[in-house]
Design a binder for this molecule. Structure first.
Ligand code: DGL
Length: 274
């Protein structure tokens, strides 16, 4: 077996991708990881997709050129909606997004075939989820899934400020999730990697009987399959992987909040400039 010591690269606009990083570290503890949180330019959700695509290209190039990553995870739905195909076409390494894995997780979780999807304005307006569910429906034509989408502007900012259960975020959730409640979905796909940090508030609003699904675990499984299939995995006998975290914004804040959200693996935060 070939052994590849290069790290896996991943990025998000800020803390959201840490939900995916957690799943990846748990599933692949011997892989090296480099995470970029572009906190100087968050939130991506309200920005034009062209601008987000440029950010994604810039960060991806940095991860490839400076860290020689062997695989890239776009751990941000908005960036994946804007740039996944461009990155897959332009880079010589495998590039994995979070939208298709999330759809797969929702398809296997739903019992009645009524799924809600929530995400940023940019993700929802891009139509990426609508298209991904159409593709999934073609594969299961007898049991078509009804999908209801809702944008949740403001959720990301609450997470970045560490306000995940405040009265204010609850009031906002009541308003933004009303269409999801009315649609009587049995499964709600969290189509923004920040939203798992709001799971308690979201679940209080939509009801405990609605299953909340995120893309984190399914994305980690996809990465594992890719590494196995391409012989890019690190030798498990080489010991635990290292985890580097880079922030384009306030490094002290990234360490304090990020460590609480991700866990002790987030120890040192390095500044990053493109
Ligand atoms: N975590 C990003 C996502 O999955 C948040 C985007 C933002 O910064 O608004 O879409």
């Amino acid at each position: 077996m070939r052994v590849d010591d290069r790290p896996i690269g991943m990025f998000d606009s800020g803390f959201g991708g840490l939900t995916v990083a957690r799943a990846l570290i748990d599933l692949l503890p011997t892989e090296h990881l480099v995470y970029v949180g572009d906190t100087a330019r968050y939130p991506y959700g309200p920005r034009p997709l062209d601008e987000v695509r440029e950010f994604a290209r810039e960060i991806a190039t940095h991860l490839v050129e400076r860290f020689e990553v062997k695989l890239l995870i776009v751990a941000c739905n908005t960036a994946a909606a804007a740039a996944l195909e461009v990155l897959q076409d332009g880079l010589a390494i495998p590039v994995v997004g979070v939208i298709e894995p999330g759809v797969r997780a929702a398809v296997s979780a739903t019992r009645k075939g009524r799924v809600g999807v929530i995400g940023t304005v940019g993700t929802m307006a891009s139509g990426a989820y609508q298209r991904a569910f159409e593709v999934a429906n073609q594969a299961i034509p007898m049991n078509e899934i009804d999908v209801v989408c809702a944008a949740c502007p403001g959720f990301v900012e609450f997470v970045e400020r560490d306000e995940t259960t405040s009265d204010q975020v609850h009031v906002l959730a009541e308003r933004l999730l009303a269409p999801i409640r009315e649609a009587k979905v049995d499964t709600l796909l969290l189509g923004c990697t920040h939203y798992p940090f709001l799971a308690r508030t979201i679940s209080d609003v939509v009801g405990r009987d609605v299953v909340l699904v995120s893309s984190a675990d399914e994305t980690a499984f996809e990465v594992r399959s890719l590494l196995m299939a391409t012989d890019f995995a690190r030798d498990p006998r080489a010991g635990p992987g290292s985890h580097r975290f880079l922030s384009s914004g306030d490094g002290g804040w990234f360490r304090r909040l990020g460590r609480r959200l991700l866990g002790p693996e987030l120890d040192v935060v390095e500044a990053v400039q493109w």
